[in-house]
Design a protein around this ligand. Structure first.
Ligand SMILES: Nc1nc2c([nH]c(=O)n2[C@H]2C[C@H](O)[C@@H](COP(=O)(O)OP(=O)(O)OP(=O)(O)O)O2)c(=O)[nH]1
Length: 143
């Protein structure tokens, strides 16, 4: 039986309404696919704390997890992923590529132009279809 792995991933939006996208490196599994930064939740760990820890480990910056945005289950060849996508705010530092091949900020309407990890597609679509009023507070404050 395939193992189910719980993974948290961050949607971090900047004041220009761009979302941070991360390219998995050639050394990682699902190599050369784009993802939202994050990783596996450890046993007994709170989802938000796990996300803040993973982001700090991967990108040396601090985020504050805000709310669960999307959740779905996807079956890969070797495991089943429960992907929990969480809105988060960058609170300290500039994201660094400690593990990823590349980091880019992309307007949400351009998200589908990337080759995403298959499990991420429903969340990408949900972001595309998100009503303007639900989009980030930093963006709303500019209006
Ligand atoms: N962080 C993150 N991982 C994702 C996303 N979509 C997706 O399928 N994944 C997969 C890739 C990995 O197999 C797993 C997250 O594992 P991880 O980031 O903690 O660790 P890892 O790459 O070392 O994992 P692995 O080599 O053992 O598969 O979830 C996503 O949007 N963000």
């Amino acid at each position: 039986m395939k193992k189910t792995v719980q993974v948290v991933a961050a949607v971090i939006e900047n004041e220009r309404r761009e979302i941070l996208c991360a390219l998995r490196s050639g050394q990682m599994s699902l190599s050369n696919m784009w993802e939202f930064p994050g990783g596996k939740v450890k046993e007994g760990e709170n989802l938000f704390t796990a996300l803040e820890r993973e982001v700090y480990e991967e990108m040396s910056c601090r985020i504050q997890a805000q709310e669960v945005f999307h959740e779905n289950v996807h079956e890969y060849h070797t495991f089943i992923i429960q992907l929990i996508v969480i809105k988060a705010e960058l609170v300290q530092g500039v994201p660094q590529t400690n593990e990823h091949a590349k980091l880019i900020w992309l307007q949400r309407e351009n998200l589908p132009s990337l080759h995403w990890a298959p499990a991420d597609m429903p969340a990408v679509e949900a972001l595309m279809n998100e009503p303007l009023k639900e989009q980030s507070a930093s963006f709303r404050r500019q209006k």
